[in-house]
Design a protein around this ligand. Structure first.
Ligand code: BES
Ligand code: ZN
Ligand code: ZN
Length: 490
């Protein structure tokens, strides 16, 4: 996909023309036509309404799509995201080589999100198809977007370019999250980490089984025991120009379960099929790291991602086993399906020990309970720091990756205490209740006093009922909100 800027729309393109309620478009012929369309009941500029106006308007391409935007004063990020996605889909159906978008002044505050919407909604997921269908998909993704009417305003153009590039990273992350475990294995992600490190100039450390064992990460090793492939702990460390490489970093930790079968607490049919996407947290951190160069950053940023599968087999961890984590705490395995908190426990404890982060934020498809509570519109947000939580929520609202605060409480902390060991990984007395909060309570045991937030993204990371700018499967959730958060951070 490509994005370019021009002063006049390409005459062969399909052209999207956003129309606001009671605002006169700058094209006179179109301005004259709108009242007629409204009177005939053909088109009113309500949010996300479109109208095909083919071969009729002077100075505009023959294939024109009017896009209703509603009232300017009421416009929100989500409206812009949705509207341009609806129009892009409509335009793409005509198989153009170029889609032109008329940029009006009213849209300028949303420049970044307009570009994001174009790119996100033109994502094609089916990269494993072959033959004719594959060619069709390939052709579609060659489509070029042209923004018309930003004149020589370089700041707006830079914003659009940035939005488009970040959305491309999100689309790419969708592919990585969707990758089936026979493609998206630990070697695949090791290669990707190398590419990212090279492209942004980050320091890369890859810890393999030998080092992980030496460091005493018994929880990660325990989860990995049923798997043929060895675990990895991948660390990307990036300091932007002018920022001390040894300064206190913001550390992000992402759950990288390449496949979560549940282990001996095996998931049943209907719950196991999409567990290839249980690495969405780690992939979002990869995406975020990839995007860092495009952001206006004041901090060193470190991304830590533990990767493993959770399988069964003669070596696999069994319920009742006791594992010892990096920080020396012992954990009784009461449910092998609560594996995310185990790999995160080691990664978080290590992150704090090694990097003394200014903030630590973890991202994980941690609990089905969080989906029961919030569905896929919101990620669950837990934090021990009010300001951090507020900043994250605000960032989420701005890019429409929404976060909703869920409670932490000492009663949930109690449920993590083991009968035989320091901790247990799942509460088997009141198992189904407050599962997301109990997951967070377990992680808290490894955080200590560090300012921390935990985002349970089990809901929004993966959808079966996609929005217009999504496809079935992975959404790439997390990259845009965290990128915005980093830019806001003083
Ligand atoms: N990966 C799952 C959580 C999940 C479920 C993500 C559905 C996306 C969709 C996680 O490892 C898990 O299985 N959690 C258990 C925890 C329980 C055993 C305490 C759960 O939510 O049931
Ligand atoms: Zn699980
Ligand atoms: Zn899992």
């Amino acid at each position: 996909m490509k994005l370019s800027f021009s002063n006049k729309p390409n005459k062969d393109s399909v052209c999207i023309y956003p129309i606001f309620h009671k605002t006169r478009p700058s094209n006179n012929a179109l301005a004259a036509l709108l009242p007629h369309l409204a009177r005939n009941g053909e088109f009113k500029p309500k949010k996300s309404r479109i109208f095909y106006l083919f071969g009729k308007v002077k100075k505009l391409p023959a294939k024109l799509i009017l896009l209703g935007m509603g009232k300017i004063s009421k416009l929100k990020a989500v409206d812009v995201l949705e509207a341009f996605a609806v129009a892009t889909k409509a335009a793409a159906a005509h198989k153009p080589t170029k889609i032109s978008v008329i940029s009006t002044e009213d849209l300028l505050p949303f420049a970044e999100i307009v570009a994001e919407s174009l790119c996100l909604s033109n994502y094609n997921a089916a990269i494993y198809k072959t033959g004719k269908e594959a060619q069709k998909i390939k052709k579609r993704s060659l489509c070029e977007f042209e923004i018309v009417g930003t004149g020589n305003d370089k700041t707006v153009q830079a914003k659009m370019k940035k939005g488009f590039e970040i959305a491309e990273i999100v689309n790419n992350a969708r592919d990585w999250v969707n990758a089936p475990p026979n493609f998206g294995n630990s070697i695949f992600f090791e290669e990707k980490a190398k590419e990212i490190a090279k492209s942004i100039g980050a320091n890369l450390t890859i810890l393999r089984k030998k080092e992980i064992t030496k460091l005493g990460m018994g929880a990660l090793l325990g989860v990995n025991r049923g798997s043929r492939d060895e675990p990895r702990l991948i660390i990307l460390d990036y300091a932007p120009k002018g920022v001390d490489e040894k300064s206190q970093p913001i550390v992000f930790v992402g759950k990288g379960l390449l496949f979560d079968s549940g282990g001996y607490n095996l998931k049943p049919s209907g719950h196991i099929e999409d567990m290839n996407t249980d690495k969405a947290g780690a992939v979002a951190i990869f995406g975020l790291m990839k995007a860092l160069q495009k952001l206006n950053l004041k901090h060193r940023v470190v991304g830590i991602t533990p990767f493993t599968e959770n399988l069964i087999g003669k070596d696999a961890v069994k319920p009742s086993e006791i594992l010892k984590a990096y920080n020396g705490k012992t954990i009784e395995i009461t449910n092998t399906d609560a594996e995310g908190r185990l790999v995160l426990a080691d990664a978080i404890a290590y992150a704090i020990d090694k990097f003394k982060p200014k903030y630590l934020i973890d991202l994980a498809t941690l609990t089905g309970a969080c989906i029961s509570a919030l569905g896929n519109r919101y990620a669950g947000l837990f934090s021990n720091d009010k300001n951090l939580a507020m900043l994250l929520r605000r960032s989420g609202n701005e890019v429409d990756e929404l976060l909703w605060p869920l409670p932490m409480h000492k009663d949930y902390d109690k449920k993590t205490k083991g009968d035989f060991a320091d901790l247990k990984n799942a509460d088997n007395s009141t198992e189904r209740y407050a599962g997301a909060s109990k997951g967070a309570a377990f992680l808290k045991e490894f955080v200590g006093k560090t300012r921390w937030a935990h985002l349970d993204i089990a809901g929004p990371a993966h959808v079966s009922d996609p929005k217009v700018y999504e496809r079935k499967g992975a959404t790439g959730f997390g990259i845009r909100v965290l990128a915005r958060f980093l830019e806001k951070l003083e």
